[in-house]
Design a protein around this ligand. Structure first.
Ligand SMILES: [Zn+2]
Ligand SMILES: [Zn+2]
Length: 140
């Protein structure tokens, strides 16, 4: 079977990564830290094997904080544009959790569950009744 290769990076293009292993699972996280670090309603984290992940270009900065779970998490991001890229945990050092949106082809990701529903915001669910625009708001 052909080995899949997933590639991704940050908004400015300084940091690029490649992953040659399987996508293990993906989940939505509604915790307050994920809301703050993404600047959005929730994070979508994709669990991968750390051993098969490499930074192919650029330098990643990191920030470590104790999460809502009580475990400390290190968040890795581009020092130039600030895009969040992936999270690591000393409790699970075999794995990394990449941000689904940092992949060049995010359509490969299929989240299977949601964590921290207890702190989810109401706007995490997009009402189908909201006006929809194919591109920018005001255009159709
Ligand atoms: Zn960048
Ligand atoms: Zn979270």
């Amino acid at each position: 079977m052909k080995k899949l290769q997933f590639v991704g990076g940050c908004l400015c293009g300084n940091v690029r990564y490649a992953y040659s292993g399987p996508i293990l699972d993906a989940n939505y996280c509604h915790c307050t830290d994920c809301r703050r670090v993404t600047g959005s309603a929730f994070n979508v984290g994709v669990r991968i094997r750390a051993a098969e992940f490499i930074i192919t270009q650029g330098e990643v900065r990191e920030f470590t904080k104790q999460g809502d779970s009580g475990n400390s998490l290190t968040r890795h991001f581009c020092g130039n544009c600030g895009s969040p890229l992936y999270t690591s945990s000393p409790l699970h050092d075999d794995f990394l959790f990449i941000k689904a949106g940092s992949l060049d082809d995010s359509s490969a990701i299929v989240p299977t569950d949601q964590s921290w529903i207890s702190s989810a915001v109401s706007w995490a669910n997009i009402s189908p009744d909201l006006p929809q625009h194919q591109k920018e708001s005001g255009q159709s």
